[in-house]
Design a protein around this ligand. Structure first.
Ligand SMILES: Nc1ncnc2c1ncn2[C@@H]1O[C@H](COP(=O)(O)OP(=O)(O)OP(=O)(O)O)[C@@H](O)[C@H]1O
Length: 337
């Protein structure tokens, strides 16, 4: 006898089971469970068009509310805000009738492991991508609410952060529907749970801190802003972003674009600036590593002659290095768009 995939949800689906939509008559073959949350269980399924994710819920109300958010997202902007919606229907099983929806299957890497294996610039790049998406969402009158690494995936190539679990998305001005303490400014005593842009920007700051502290940490009884900033300062990968994190946690950004612009500037300044120096004799650009101290006139002349001989090689190296750097910068900036 087959074992149910999951016992946590009302409706149990099995590998190889076919789910037949009651109204639209589409058929979905269940492959395996992807995960489960408060409103239902998500399965990987096979459709005529390829793999998809099917979420079956316990009650129609929460499923309808998620479907409405996904529909709204697709109107807000093409393809980054949440998975695209494919179908909405009911399935009839021996234990009852359950609502389900089918969405784009997001295949990718979890954000924290992704960042752990890359340089600090990627923390900024993921932040820039996220802030661009948040800006579109905010301008449409919504806040994401429960923004945390567990609700994000890095898909690609091209590498792109994507969101799922839209259950916490809340209309501006209301109280956020769902939150997770570490990313919630209310928990840290640094603001209210009112759904507004600064609520999500606080969470972006906390996601950046979380990238340096994967196991997270608890609040203190005293000044939590000071605690969070000092934690960020202790991680070399986060250090360049400390002024931005501080402003986000303090609620000083008026919108996501403002924070995005400053973050992009810091990435450019910190990770892609090269200190080039000009050789006093030849006037050519030399890399800092080949520069030698000039002691007196004789040694200076000798050094100039030596440098002249070496300069064509150095120039070549500098050109190749600059070209590679430029290619890398263009690649990374391409990822931010
Ligand atoms: N479109 C998708 N593509 C791939 N995996 C998905 C997709 N949607 C959800 N998942 C997986 O299924 C899990 C459960 O998702 P779901 O949105 O139901 O709940 P949650 O975010 O874990 O919890 P809650 O709804 O309680 O906040 C996710 O953690 C993710 O691993």
């Amino acid at each position: 006898m087959r074992e149910p995939i999951s016992k946590k949800q009302g409706c149990k689906l099995y590998p190889e089971q076919n789910v037949n939509g009651r109204w639209h008559k589409n058929r979905y073959k269940i492959i395996r469970e992807l995960g489960w949350g408060a409103t239902g269980t998500v399965y990987l399924t096979e459709t005529k068009e390829g793999p998809a994710a099917l979420k079956v819920g316990r009650d129609a109300m929460s499923i309808t509310s998620e479907v409405n958010v996904l529909k709204h997202f697709s109107k807000v902007q093409g393809d980054h805000l949440g998975p695209s919606l494919i179908d909405v229907d009911d399935v009839v099983t021996p234990s009852g009738t359950y609502p389900f929806y089918v969405m784009e299957y997001l295949k990718g890497e979890e954000v924290l492991p992704f960042l752990r294996n890359r340089g600090g610039e990627w923390t900024g790049i993921i932040g820039v991508q996220l802030l661009g998406d948040l800006d579109r969402l905010h301008r449409a009158g919504w806040t994401f609410g429960d923004l945390k690494p567990e609700n994000l995936l890095v898909t690609g190539p091209p590498l792109r952060v994507r969101w799922f679990d839209v259950g916490g998305t809340t209309k501006m001005g209301r109280s956020v529907k769902e939150y997770t303490e570490f990313f919630d400014r209310g928990y840290w005593g640094l603001g209210s749970r009112k759904a507004e842009p600064s609520y999500d920007l606080f969470s972006v700051g906390m996601i950046m801190i979380n990238s340096g502290y994967p196991s997270r940490f608890e609040r203190s009884d005293k000044d939590n802003l000071k605690l969070l900033v000092s934690r960020a300062e202790q991680k070399p990968g986060l250090k360049p972003y400390v002024p931005i994190i501080t402003k986000a946690l303090g609620g000083h950004y008026r919108d996501a674009l403002h924070m995005r612009r400053e973050l992009a500037e810091v990435i450019g300044r910190t990770h892609f600036s090269t200190r080039q120096e000009v050789h006093p004799g030849s006037g050519k650009v030399i890399a800092p590593s080949v520069r030698k101290p000039l002691v007196n006139r004789k040694s200076y002349k000798r050094q100039v002659q030596k440098e002249k001989k070496r300069s064509s090689g150095v120039l070549e190296t500098v050109l190749v290095a600059s070209f590679l750097l430029l290619a890398y910068v263009l690649y990374l900036f391409g990822q931010m768009m």
